[in-house]
Design a protein around this ligand. Structure first.
Ligand SMILES: [Fe+2]
Length: 383
């Protein structure tokens, strides 16, 4: 009886933690959710180490998405076939498994231990199930201050696992939606860039430059993601500009230039149809204001200084740099070095000096080899 009460208390404790995690969820990377689930389970069941396995979307392999313990860093990202090892068997069967003495067990797959150097003595493996679907399994290794795990430990792990599975499910769904949203935005930007052979890849480059600047400015990861989206969509209003003006090889007349300028207003208008509106505010503002300049000489509103949103000021610098350094039908395009000099020349008058400094720091850091910088930083942002 005492055991059951104890169990209930621990489940309540976990629920509280999960509730707190949920509140933070919108700001949490999925990796952090994986890590939180694992750490809570390890602490509550009292294990020396633990591993969270997730069934890959294709359903053929299982992968370690979080690990805790001595050799955790060597275990993360280990993959096995879905029917390999105990983790896989539990995922296939949906049944928890207690192995008091692991080394004597026929299903033990040595691969993980060999690569990590960790000696597994005793192990609990529980499935993470949501609505009859097994998402993964959680392995707890070596009972603390004892030789082997007992049946009570398994009951506790199973109870905790059902809560954890829900948190895992929610995070995976959220992550999938985010990825889908971002890939749609990317597609939209590509469609836009494809209209003009001279601007191919413009939106993606401006988005990359913007995030690198933001990174140097010390912006938070969530903000950087928002900025990336806003930058990808900054020129979306060009959809509303006729081809013969957009792709005109020679100088534009004053009227033609006026109509090109409208892409800022058209872009903001198009984006204001996207829901939820609150989440789109920065994206809309960036599309509208990325041609504003500090001294008020920009368009469409003639905003000055801090009247221009930070995102728009960053994208304005990234956009100008890409426009200057990309070949057009009428010009070869400047070198990155000359582009940077031009930004520096217009510092404080047209562009925020902090932003220009951040961008020139990026350029000097990679010695003007932006392709290399991109390759080095791609993974970091997981965009
Ligand atoms: Fe633009």
């Amino acid at each position: 009886m005492e055991h059951v009460e104890n169990l209930e208390m621990q489940v309540q404790e976990l629920l509280k933690l999960l509730e707190a995690a949920k509140q933070l969820n919108s700001n949490l990377e999925i990796e952090e959710v994986f890590q939180n689930i694992l750490l809570q389970m390890v602490a509550m069941v009292g294990a020396e180490a633990g591993t969270l396995w997730v069934l890959e979307p294709e359903g053929e392999e299982i992968k370690v998405v979080a690990a805790y313990g001595e050799s955790a860093d060597k275990i993360v990202n280990v993959r096995l076939k879905k029917n390999e090892g105990i983790a896989g068997k539990v995922i296939m069967s949906g049944q928890p498994v207690l192995i008091r003495d692991v080394q004597q067990h026929p299903d033990w797959s040595n691969r993980v231990d060999e690569s990590s150097g960790f000696v597994t003595k005793s192990m609990i493996t529980v499935p993470l199930i949501v609505k009859d679907k097994v998402l993964g399994s959680l392995q707890l290794l070596n009972k603390k201050q004892s030789d082997f795990f007992k049946d009570e430990d398994v009951s506790l792990a199973v109870a905790l696992a059902s809560q954890s599975a829900m948190a895992l499910h929610n995070s995976q769904m959220y992550d999938e939606l985010q990825q889908m949203f971002l890939s749609m935005i990317r597609t939209l930007a590509k469609v836009l860039d494809a209209r003009d052979p001279y601007t191919a890849g413009h939106s993606e480059r401006v988005a990359n430059y913007s995030v690198w600047i933001a990174d140097k400015l010390g912006m938070a990861p969530e903000e950087k993601k928002e900025l990336f989206k806003a930058a990808l969509l900054h020129d979306v209003g060009k959809i509303g500009i006729p081809d013969d003006i957009l792709r005109k090889p020679d100088r534009l007349t004053a009227e033609e230039y006026d109509s090109i300028k409208l892409h800022t207003v058209i872009g903001a208008d198009i984006l204001s149809n996207m829901e939820p509106k609150k989440a789109m505010a920065d994206v809309i503002q960036t599309a509208r204001s990325h041609h504003e300049r500090l001294d008020g000489s920009g368009y469409p509103d003639g905003f000055k200084g801090e009247e221009i949103s930070l995102f728009a000021r960053i994208v304005g610098v990234a956009d100008t740099f890409d426009a200057m350094t990309t070949a057009r039908s009428y010009s070869k395009g400047m070198s990155y070095y000359d582009g940077a000099s031009e930004l520096i020349r217009c510092k404080d008058r047209l562009f925020d000096s902090r932003i220009v400094d951040a961008f020139t720091a990026v350029l000097t850091e990679c010695d003007y080899n932006l392709a290399q910088y991109e390759a080095d930083h791609k993974k970091e942002y997981r965009l």
